[in-house]
Ligand binder design. Structure first.
Ligand SMILES: NC(=O)c1ccc[n+]([C@@H]2O[C@H](COP(=O)([O-])OP(=O)(O)OC[C@H]3O[C@@H](n4cnc5c(N)ncnc54)[C@H](O)[C@@H]3O)[C@@H](O)[C@H]2O)c1
Length: 366
């Protein structure tokens, strides 16, 4: 499409007001048509960013003349709200985790493909210059066939998952609110480290490697919290590669986020580390790539994804590094990890014959 993107937003809490809305409000090609939320601060948010209307009723938002919707609500609401928007032919930015179950994740991917709309899950690390360079090396076949994977993440998020969520305002602040603990700390609403953070490291792994998990054995530990703070899993991928995954919510505040991927192929090994900004690919034939990365470039930020969503709609870009298929492969892994952990760590299938008709994760969605 050409011209301005008419945007609606559902969810107007901490993340929407500290990250997404300032970005959209700063673009000349976006009209902020309406905002939907349920808190008492909604009118303040409308006025702060210049939305044309505010409502507590999502259907009323969807009744406006819109091109696209941004969904930044608690995790369990993403699927129904995205379905309602896609059914109206709207492009959707859906926050992570895009759904809580594999079935819902692939349902969204199917709907996106059928409706021909743009779908982007804002995984910030998938848009860093050094991860894009790593992706090019993998796509060029430098690793050979992937045989083993390590996927680790740790975050300074003890407060977010098990304490005062306002601790995170030192990193991303909002004039109106800190994160609502019910969004991050309720087991029934998809709280916890796996849905909240392993979603990032797994989405980076799945985008980079194009792997899809086949089965998983997992344990999680709450150490007294209502939700998981530590996650550990052994994964078998389609094609037979073996992987180990770890996640930890309790880095001290002020420590850099850790995302450490190590991918071992028949021809070489890729090491990608956001904490110490390392991307290296070393091959058995002696060829080596060691990228120059500016110190600090690995720090988490989510500036590109909302901008990219608009650029996809206007046609200014065609590159989507976190489409519905990448998001669904992350969701199905976490869904299976939590199912395995619930039965004491027994091995469970990630996807079975029942979803044999599901989208081919290697195909690009719209
Ligand atoms: N991509 C990232 O890097 C990133 C970073 C932080 C948060 N997030 C995601 O953003 C989302 C929101 O997180 P948050 O911390 O801002 O949560 P929050 O609790 O601060 O905000 C949630 C918002 O949803 C609204 N809401 C709740 N129920 C609603 C309903 N039924 N209808 C309409 N609105 C409703 C609330 O009024 C509030 O405005 C989560 O999915 C979270 O995982 C993503």
């Amino acid at each position: 499409m050409s011209g301005r993107v008419r945007l609606g937003a559902v969810g107007a809490g901490w993340w929407a007001t500290s990250n997404h809305f300032p970005i959209f409000a700063g673009r000349e090609d976006v009209d902020l048509v309406g905002v939907c939320g349920i808190g008492p601060e909604l009118e303040d948010v409308r006025a702060q960013f210049g939305f044309g209307m505010a409502t507590n009723d999502y259907d009323e938002l969807l009744d406006q003349d819109l091109d696209a919707v941004v969904i930044t609500t608690p995790h369990d609401l993403h699927h129904p709200q995205a379905v309602a928007a896609i059914e109206r032919g709207l492009h959707v930015l859906v926050e992570k985790p895009v759904t809580l179950t594999a079935e819902q994740g692939w349902d969204l991917a199917d709907r996106v493909r059928e409706a021909g709309v743009h779908f982007l899950a804002p995984y910030g690390w998938n848009y860093k210059a050094f991860t894009i360079e790593a992706k090019r090396l993998v796509e060029a076949g430098r690793l050979g066939e992937i045989q083993h994977v390590l996927c680790h993440m740790a975050s300074p998020t003890r407060g977010l998952f098990a304490g005062d969520t306002n601790h995170i305002r030192s990193l991303w602040d909002s004039k109106t609110s800190g994160p609502d603990p019910r969004t991050w700390q309720s087991p029934s609403r998809g709280g916890g480290y796996a849905h909240g953070q392993v979603t990032h490291s797994s989405a980076l792994l799945f985008w980079l490697s194009e792997l899809r998990a086949a089965s998983v054995m997992a344990k999680v530990s709450n150490v007294g919290a209502a939700v998981d703070l530590f996650d550990a899993a052994v994964i078998t991928f389609d094609g037979g590669a073996l992987g180990s995954l770890s996640g930890a919510a309790t880095l001290p505040d002020g420590n850099p986020y850790q995302v450490d991927l190590r991918i071992f192929g028949t021809e070489g090994v890729l090491l990608l580390d956001t904490e110490r900004e390392r991307v290296s690919l070393h091959r058995h034939d002696g060829q080596q790539w060691d990228l120059d990365i500016e110190p600090g470039a690995g720090a988490y930020e989510c500036i590109v994804p909302p901008n990219r969503f608009i650029d996809l709609i206007t046609g200014a870009s065609t590159e989507n590094n976190s489409d519905a298929d990448v998001a669904a492969r992350s969701v199905e892994l976490i869904d299976a990890m939590l199912r395995s952990a619930a039965v004491g760590g027994a091995e469970v299938s990630v996807h079975g014959p029942a979803d044999a008709g599901a989208a081919d994760p290697h195909e690009e969605s719209a």
